[in-house]
Design a protein around this ligand. Structure first.
Ligand SMILES: N[C@@H](CCC(=O)N[C@@H](CS)C(=O)NCC(=O)O)C(=O)O
Length: 199
């Protein structure tokens, strides 16, 4: 039987994506799936679908802070709400697009951990360079590659593909054409992969 793949559309600016990123590797391993980390631009998906960030709705925004803290406690992972929020995560995404597929997850984890636990302003090139260097990449080379057309084109293509497939928010996962939106849907994703949701 061919191994199934979880496609993980991520944008480092999304706190629920950070939470999901702390869990997804273990989930994929438990289910015997491969994992494909696919950077995309959440803001563009919002624009394309007429959706908007939940924090823009005051009551939802207030609840969201509490919800995120509860999830972090539930998972036993750190979460620090960054001073710069929302943040421009375009270069972080382009770096993800400049890397070979098998290294994208390491970058995604590094950049989200820096932003969501250490208050690193990931809109800044020198901050990204430091995060990349600390994660064992060549930060200067990655920043240069992120400015090249192939990385820009891939991020745009990923975003367009995501929107075409129905993505309106983050984190979003696909197993084939089956889509799951939200960190809180990881349980459904796992049940689905374990064949528990068959009609
Ligand atoms: N309940 C979801 C919330 C996820 C969420 O609010 N994600 C934001 C980005 S951080 C989003 O895509 N919002 C779109 C929406 O609320 O429609 C979860 O647990 O992950």
């Amino acid at each position: 039987m061919t191994q199934r793949t979880i496609e993980f559309f991520w944008d480092a600016a999304s706190p629920y994506t950070y939470l999901a990123a702390t869990q997804i590797e273990a989930l994929a391993q438990r289910c015997g799936c491969s994992l494909q980390w696919r950077p995309f631009v959440l803001g563009k998906a919002f624009e394309a679908t007429g959706n908007r960030a939940p924090a823009q709705i005051p009551a939802k925004g207030k609840y969201l802070f509490k919800d995120l803290r509860l999830w972090a406690k539930h998972y036993g992972v750190p979460l620090f709400f960054p001073r710069v929020f929302p943040v421009n995560s375009l270069t972080a995404g382009r770096i993800g697009c400049a890397l070979p597929p098998e290294q994208v997850g390491r970058w995604a984890q590094a950049v989200m951990t820096a932003y969501w636990t250490r208050d690193a302003d990931i809109s800044q090139a020198e901050v990204l360079k430091g995060v990349a260097d600390a994660a064992g990449f060549d930060g200067a080379a990655l920043l240069a590659a992120a400015q090249e057309q192939p990385a820009k084109d891939l991020l745009r293509a990923n975003t367009e593909e995501a929107v075409e497939r129905g993505v309106f928010g983050a984190p979003t996962f696909f197993v084939g054409e089956q889509m799951f939106w939200g960190n809180d849907r990881l349980v459904l994703l796992e049940d689905y992969l374990n064949g528990k949701l068959a009609a």
